[in-house]
Design a protein around this ligand. Sequence first.
Ligand code: GLA
Length: 344
Amino acid sequence: MTTWGHTADGTAVPIYTLTSGQIEVRVTAYGAHLISVKAPDKKGKMADVVLGYDTLDGYLNGPKTYFGAIVGRYGNRIALGKFTIDGKTYQIPVNNGTNALHGGPKGFDQYVWKSREVPDGVEFTLVSPDGDMGFPGTLTTHVRYTLHGDTLRIDYSATTDKPTVLNITNHAYFNLSGDDSTDILGEKIEINADKFTPTDAGLIPTGELKPVAGTPLDFRKPEAIGARINDDYEALKLAGGYDHNFVLNGAPGRLHLAAIVTDPVSGRKLTVETTEPGVQFYTGNFLDGSATGRHGIAYKKNWAFCLETQHFPDSPNHANFPSTVLKPGETMHSTTTFTFGVVE
Ligand code: GLA
């Protein structure tokens, strides 16, 4: 652990470097961000495969991209920022058109978490007070990053003292090329989902679980990310690319395959497994060159993809979606693994 810098109020911000011999990962207590993931290409050359900034200042003051952030309390959108638990309505301040995104204007990505070293990694802890961003209950959240050979594992757990809702994920932006200077449209993705959740223009799910068959969201067989991204298809037009929740095949609560991405040029391969029922596949549609990251590169549209393993957007307002309610006495557990290999 070293001190990376300080927040405006003078709080020291630790940064940790984890190494397994196969991959090297950097994480910081500020927003429990995943800063860097170095993985080998087919020739064994190590390079960073996530977008990010060289300095803490980028995370404190850069444009709101959520590069590698832990997002909470509620990853993705809640319609109008409103939901009801046990007959009581709660209001989260809206920060994305008329909706609340990633926990509201001051989410988990903007706090210095407590940290401690654990075997193979580091654990971050945040206690969010009752009423934080309008959410009920004191919520204690642990996020643990550990390395196991070529796998980065993230374990999440949380408890509350009042019934509440939560949806916590990591918002890493991957670019398997390793040099940040190309888009990801040529990288190939396979997503283990027969269905997705179509949305309205504000990217709020309509409630339908729609088969991907016959649509440009069918990634049940590997396909280049860019092959159909500009198709004349409503869901792509609304999002300006891919920005959709896929309903994963496989039993929630147990690790199952979410997605496999390969880069034909570098030969890198990323496999994502999760206990979550969904994954938000987002192709960096809002990157517009205003975020200048590592190596002085201005990140442009489609410069990275995100695979945010999570419950479905706006679940608190959809009784047919897996529940995001957490009650006192219960513990939320969730695990996602990112495994870095090379194509055979
Ligand atoms: C998620 C959302 C996107 C966008 C990014 C952050 O992926 O679904 O619409 O808000 O986060 O920019």
